[in-house]
Design a protein around this ligand. Structure first.
Ligand code: PEP
Ligand code: MN
Length: 339
């Protein structure tokens, strides 16, 4: 249920409503908006109508059911768009078009420092690199793990960029959060509920990738796991879904962008690298993503894609990444955004 407080509700009245929600056995999730405060009361759906009694409390304007199965992620609960603050000057969900760039995997210190400096120069804000890699084959490169995260941190610091890396195991959340500004949940783990519950407790922003088999509703339910665990800083990422088409690695579902922007207040970015699997298609789909209303992009970049230990065929060289950024500029301006 949503408890909508009146515009002039006092802090005392808000506290009283929160206390009453708890007494009734529900968890209050206050959302302090510019105009008014809204209290999400989350818990057992079956008995939720007991919350209707809150309408008689001073300062409460109305109590309304949340119709969507995802609650905290829905625009019913929060109309205003969420702006996730990653570091001073790096945000997503506002006018800034967030650009995340870097290799699929962290391979060496030199690779990461060269990449960080090159992508920063071309206009990227956030440096990526996988240290724990979810590979289809157990014989493929599995990542440098903690050593990789430390290299990523060093490269980010050298270029003055915050970093993002994937977390695969709930036991690693705390350690990785010490180094990484943003924690990524990969497509394969979108419904790893134990991981979502644990990572949702982290104070770090979370980049949640859509699963290749998840519907938009299922995807938003995964975001709901993070929000219900306490996180308020969730970024969604469309990265392509499985279809019958095999000319591209996945089918980049750009229609998910306007659908998600309508249904949720969370920022939505697009990953055309995994979405297409082919370097030549990355730049056109990045432009299309901006035109569709994406709040940001995630692009794989490697100094020598032909030698990459993972995802070489979809990785851009430094030069191609700089070209992509240059051709993107008029599209960014046309979408009413800035880098
Ligand atoms: C990645 O970002 O390198 C990755 C593994 O992506 P996804 O989880 O979308 O496949
Ligand atoms: Mn990859």
């Amino acid at each position: 249920m949503i408890i909508v407080m009146g515009q002039g509700a006092s802090p005392k009245e808000i506290r009283a409503a929160i206390a009453r929600i708890k007494e009734l056995g529900y968890t209050p999730h206050p959302i302090y908006g510019k105009e008014r405060t809204v209290l999400g009361a989350i818990g057992d759906e079956r008995g939720k109508f007991v919350l209707q009694s809150l309408e008689s409390l001073p300062g409460v304007e109305r109590v309304v059911p949340i119709l969507k199965p995802y609650k905290l992620a829905s625009r019913e609960v929060k109309q205003e768009r969420t702006v996730v603050r990653i570091s001073p000057g790096v945000t997503v969900g506002d006018r800034q078009l967030l650009v995340i760039a870097g290799p699929c995997s962290v391979e060496s210190e030199q690779q990461m420092i060269d990449t960080a400096l090159a992508v920063k120069k071309a206009g990227a804000h956030l440096l990526r690199g996988g240290a724990w890699k979810p590979r289809t084959s157990p014989y493929a490169f599995q990542g440098l793990e903690l050593k990789g995260v430390k290299i990523l941190r060093k490269a980010g610091d050298r270029a003055g960029m915050p970093i993002v890396t994937e977390v695969m195991n709930p036991v690693d959340v705390e350690t990785i959060a010490e180094y990484s500004d943003v924690l990524q949940v990969g497509a394969r783990n979108v419904q790893n509920f134990a991981l979502l519950k644990r990572i949702g407790k982290s104070r770090r922003p979370i980049l949640l990738k859509r699963g290749m088999m998840t519907t938009i509703t299922e995807y938003l339910m995964s975001a709901e796991y993070l929000l219900s665990a306490g996180s308020r800083q969730v970024i969604l990422c469309e990265r392509g879904i499985r279809t019958f088409e095999d000319a591209t690695r996945n089918t980049l579902d750009l229609s998910a962008v306007p659908v998600l922007r309508e249904r949720t207040h969370l920022p939505v970015i697009v990953d055309p690298s995994h979405g297409t699997g082919v370097a030549a298609y990355v730049s056109p789909m990045a432009r299309a993503a901006v035109a569709a209303g994406a709040d940001g992009l995630m692009i794989e970049v490697h100094p020598t894609p032909e030698k990459a230990l993972s995802d070489g065929p979809q990785s851009l060289t430094f030069e191609k990444f700089a070209d992509m950024m240059a051709t993107l500029k008029p599209f960014i301006a046309a979408a009413g955004r800035a880098l």
